[in-house]
Write a protein that binds this ligand. Structure first.
Ligand SMILES: NC(=O)c1ccc[n+]([C@@H]2O[C@H](COP(=O)([O-])OP(=O)(O)OC[C@H]3O[C@@H](n4cnc5c(N)ncnc54)[C@H](OP(=O)(O)O)[C@@H]3O)[C@@H](O)[C@H]2O)c1
Length: 309
């Protein structure tokens, strides 16, 4: 089958479609014939070598989530069957091929039935970033009525976080580019802050004393922590140097996505009920993966780039 994996670290020009053996599902696993797979910042980071501390061996598969149709089922799987339209998330990084391929084998626990109301390209945008936003909100564990700052609110994780936080009854301060204000207010943000405004001071003008929680999807670090009240909850999504220290009794943690078919099925039900929206910036063939990496790294996209094998 055709697949794109990291075989050497470098720029987008290193990406090549290769012929690799088709994976075979083992016990408790299913094989998905992929129809659509998203390109995420993690793929750009993996290609450039930044994921080496987490997954040191090459080849390293690219692509974490996908939508497609099950075409083989291992022993012991009864919830899913050949022919089912599904979405799934690869959360085990050291795999030689990922979802930027014609097929992937995943544990059945990482796979659930696709939303009925959207096409495969839109469905593929849900698992990684929908689950990351959901799990970040679980970590924050704020009660209804509490205030939450979401930075990078127009991005993939951020916008899911805004819609999901609104469903949890949180009062949302969204930080993004000025052009995103109308969309984010529609998604549930009560307050909006443009990225050029001083974050901490502006939030504290809107919410005296600071917000109860921060979900820092833009990786603003200490500047986002400035908006948090004393003893508030802070969740970073991109790890590394930008995770701030826990000043003023705040609790600072990092979310790390994990596959969870039950949570994913819940998100699917929200999509089908029209309560969670999915955004596609463009759909490209697998052969254009290098173009997709370049466009993603340039920033400014609204919705995800999707590859079709
Ligand atoms: N820990 C985990 O489990 C996990 C899971 C998924 C993703 N991530 C990481 O989370 C981060 C976000 O991922 P993503 O897919 O949501 O990326 P994304 O779609 O590119 O979203 C990031 C957003 O932040 C915005 N932004 C950048 N600087 C800003 C600022 N100063 N103020 C307001 N907004 C700003 C960007 O706007 P522009 O596009 O206009 O620049 C973009 O909309 C990435 O680092 C990704 O690797 C981590």
């Amino acid at each position: 089958m055709r697949a794109i994996s990291v075989t050497e670290y470098g720029g987008p020009e290193t990406l090549r479609v290769a012929d690799v053996p088709e994976p075979v599902p083992g016990r408790g696993q299913v094989r998905i014939r992929i129809e659509a797979a998203t390109v995420n910042p993690v793929d750009v980071a993996a290609r450039a070598g930044y994921l080496a501390p987490l997954a040191p061996d090459l080849p390293l598969g690219l692509g974490l989530d996908a939508a497609g149709v099950i075409d083989a089922v291992g022993a012991g799987v009864d919830r899913l069957a050949v022919g089912d339209k599904v979405i799934g998330l690869r959360d085990w990084l050291p795999m030689p091929t990922g979802t930027h391929a014609e097929a992937i084998v995943l544990d059945a626990d990482a796979v659930t039935h696709a939303p009925r109301t959207v096409d495969a390209a839109h469905a593929a945008t849900l698992p990684l970033n929908g689950l990351t936003a959901f799990q970040a909100l679980d970590l924050l564990d704020l009660p209804a009525g509490a205030s939450l700052l979401v930075t990078g609110a127009a991005g993939a994780v951020g916008r899911f976080a805004v819609e999901l936080a609104a469903l949890r009854g949180l009062r949302i301060v969204a930080a993004a580019s000025a052009a995103d204000e109308t969309d984010l207010r529609k998604a549930g943000a009560e307050f909006f802050i443009g990225r050029d405004e001083p974050l901490g001071a502006t939030v504290r003008n809107l919410v005296p004393g600071g917000v109860d929680g921060v979900l820092d999807a833009a990786g603003l670090g200490i500047r986002a922590l400035d908006a948090l009240r004393n003893r508030g909850e802070f969740v970073a999504v991109n790890g590394g140097d930008v995770v701030p220290v826990n000043l003023r009794g705040t609790r600072v943690r990092n979310v790390w996505f994990r596959a969870d078919a039950g949570q994913l099925a819940h998100l699917v039900s929200l999509v089908d009920a029209g309560r969670l929206s999915l955004r596609v910036a463009d759909v490209l063939p697998l052969e254009d993966a290098a173009k997709a990496h370049t466009r993603l790294a340039e920033g400014g996209l609204r919705g995800r780039l999707v590859l079709t094998p």
